[in-house]
Design a protein around this ligand. Structure first.
Ligand code: FES
Ligand SMILES: [Fe+2]
Length: 344
């Protein structure tokens, strides 16, 4: 289920450039993005003349010229030139999508344009906050965004899927879940445990640590992770993080189709901010980690496709993702006038 009337990431800002149309399927709709006088713009990627994707065309004198018969559309979607004739008032415009650029991303509004309130955009500040050093990418996952949301809200898989960041005992860690409006938080602690290899290397931990693994779901399809560890017994669970390293992960899932997903991830840290070796280590670990998820998720999607109606059971560690699913269903059923800011 793709939630309508919500902001999704369309692209990294650096992907949207002047004079170069970028065609991308977003929320099952073809959209063409480009930059017009510095501003990111997005139109339906379908010429209103004969339906050819506009992304096959080019930017000429600041407007998008279709690559088939040369009909031109401006940044607002108005049809401004029809070769071989004038532009009659009845010329069909291309649909324009509300876009906002924030924290290094181009966000697009999928739904009724009149409700496109930028206050509803999920908080992604760690992607470009000077207090954090961040790396990030987009990967295309051939699995539904709901499966990725579920994956991220289930802490136990980390133990079994991710040897670099997993810890024995994670599946048994107690979940402290709380729904706050449309957000769902889930917090976990593992005390006095060996540092997982990635954390041990990044933080130079040689002895046992106290580690935390907290998730927050933010509608429509963002999951924020707060994770890290501290030298065991230095008071991290009580709030003292002076002996700790912390990571913030953003997982911004934009459906490409119902069963494929543009997965934008950001892996930010609050230590060794200018150390390029640490940045590279984190990038490599993140790529390996999310590749591990991709293999599982795509296999899961293929398996579900083979027999969509076969029963599945819920187990204890599904508690958070069950609440997240309920929140998404509530939002889907909610009248438009009751849209509430996602990130408050
Ligand atoms: S299809 Fe675009 S101008 Fe004809
Ligand atoms: Fe994972």
């Amino acid at each position: 289920m793709i939630l309508r009337n919500a902001w999704y990431v369309a692209a990294w800002s650096h992907e949207v450039v002047e004079n170069q149309p970028l065609g991308r399927m977003l929320c099952d709709e073809p959209i063409v993005l480009w930059r017009s006088a510095g501003r990111a713009v997005g139109l339906s990627d379908r010429c209103t003349h004969r339906g050819v994707p506009l992304s096959l065309g080019k930017i000429v004198d600041g407007v998008l010229q279709c690559g088939y018969h040369g009909v031109c559309f401006d940044a607002q979607g108005a049809c401004v030139k029809i070769p071989g004739q004038g532009v009659p008032q009845s010329a069909l415009p291309a649909r324009a999508y509300p876009l906002v650029e924030r924290h290094g991303f181009v966000w697009f509004w999928f739904g009724e344009a009149a409700y496109a309130d930028p206050d509803l955009i999920a908080d992604a500040h760690v992607a470009d906050d000077p207090g954090w050093a961040a790396v990030g990418e987009r990967i295309l996952v051939e699995a539904a965004h709901e499966l990725i949301i579920e994956n991220l809200n289930n802490h136990s898989h980390v133990q079994y899927v991710h040897p670099q960041i997993g810890s024995a005992g994670m599946a048994d860690a107690e979940s402290h879940m709380q729904r706050i409006g449309d957000h769902v938080e889930s917090k976990h602690w593992l005390l006095n445990c060996p540092a997982p290899p990635h954390f041990a290397k990044a933080g130079n931990f040689t002895g046992p640590v106290d580690r935390w693994f907290d998730t927050t779901f933010v509608p429509p399809s963002t999951v924020v992770l707060d994770l890290g560890c501290a030298v065991a017994g230095t008071g991290a669970p009580e709030g003292n993080r002076s002996e700790a390293i912390a990571f913030a992960q953003l997982h911004l899932m934009t459906p490409e189709t119902a069963t494929t997903t543009h997965y934008f991830w950001v892996y930010a840290r609050n230590f060794a901010l200018s150390d390029k070796a640490v940045t590279e280590q984190i990038r490599v670990t993140a790529q390996e980690t999310f590749e591990e998820d991709r293999v599982i998720l795509e296999s899961q999607q293929r398996s579900l496709n083979r027999d969509p109606k076969a029963p599945l059971m819920n187990i204890a560690v599904d508690a958070t993702s069950i609440v997240v699913t309920r929140v998404r269903e509530e939002i889907a059923a909610r009248p438009l006038r009751e849209l509430t800011p996602a990130a408050r």
